[in-house]
Design a binder for this molecule. Sequence first.
Ligand code: CS2
Length: 475
Amino acid sequence: MRLSDATLGQVRAPVRTPAYERGATTVGVVHFGPGAFHRAHQAWFFDRMLATDPGLAICAVSLRTPDLRDALQPQDGLYVLAEQDSDPALRVIGAIKAVLVAAEDLDRVFEALAHARYVTATVTEKGYCLTTDGALDLAHSDIRHDLDNPQQPVSVIGWITEALRRRKIAQGQPFTTISCDNLSDNGAKLKRAVVSFAEARGEPELAAWIAVRAAFPCSMVDSITPATDDALRAQVQTALGLTDAWPVQRERFVQWVIEDQLGAATATFAGAGVTIAAAVAPFERAKLRLLNGAHSTLAYVGLALGHDTVFTAMADPQLAGFIERLMRQDVAPSLDASDLDVPAYVTDILARFRNPAIVHRLSQIAWDGSQKLRFRLLETAAEALAAGRPVDRLAVGVAAWMAFVRRQAPDIVDPLAGQLTSVARAADGSAQDVDRFLALDTVFPSNLAADSPFRAAVVRAYLVLGDDPRAILNV
Ligand code: CS2
């Protein structure tokens, strides 16, 4: 039997069920990109908010693939979230009222956007279609498509712009858009992209209205969310006695910091555990550079050393020692210590990486490296160079990504897979490989690629990795 509204009553303690009347809730949030992270993170927060504000249920919109809709529609949007810890806790999340596929359901998505109070997005770094300067990439194929077909968008930028255009005409009130992706200054970048897109559409008045009226608060999101696997499906089936086609899991720790631009619902968000902050940048920088920077380095170096998960990689004392030095000696100096107790934050992150209840595959973190490096390691390296600090350890993750691409090609999960495969095909393990990678101007900002101390550090690390990967841990 399948989990659904009809069977929800059969779910027994200790599995928790929604603490509100689901039938009385209405959609107030449209979410783009309802992958596992959204369902384990923001949907859990909205589930808590629904107890005080029944108008904050979610209409989840997959931009392309029907998989999630097909899994959750027979379940009335219900699914299980497992918090994996020494004492796992399972709960049924009821916040998602509808799952739509944008490409198939244009009218229903626009209808939901016509009434939404909030639009949230987890479309990953690549979904923002930005250049390395953080501006909208007008040459991106999705953006070009949306400029030619503004009523049938495929990008989140095209969707938000057209929805705001319709709101301006119909009611003169925008919704608030919250980016929940791991990009520095995510809200500001999204707003700039949407305004640029409106301008490129030849709608200067709309662009000005969005610039002045629409809020795009920055947000920092954090919770380690391993992909769904068979072990999770079995755990859920045993606990519920019901089948859930697509449960999700995460660690117990969960954090959402949003810039103070939420309007009337601020107290509702805060009541559900969201941190409302005047400035999100300090939280965002610390998290992206320390947690995600360490994650990516751990993934590329760990895979080169034959490790499989974050837990096993952290059980390698030499690798764990390297990661800790990277965090404390190379990343921490780029953060403002007045905003945060950085040493304590590092200690907490390292403990989270060592959680034995979390099976987080390094290969999952390694995906989309071309999009992630900038926010996780390259911005930190550029600042370190400007401040005269060494970049040797920061360069290790970058070089290990290059070595990873070379080993993996052509099986690379990355929006630049084609280009990366060409670079990998020409690679011979020499310093020239590094130059070919650094020439990818959608990955490396030109000033960093041309910086000779940075290039030298990446070359050194790349050559050591090709020779004896373990020796890199002495850096
Ligand atoms: C990870 C993140 O997959 C990845 O690239 O670094 O998803 C990480 O687990 C989250 O950002 C933690 O909040």
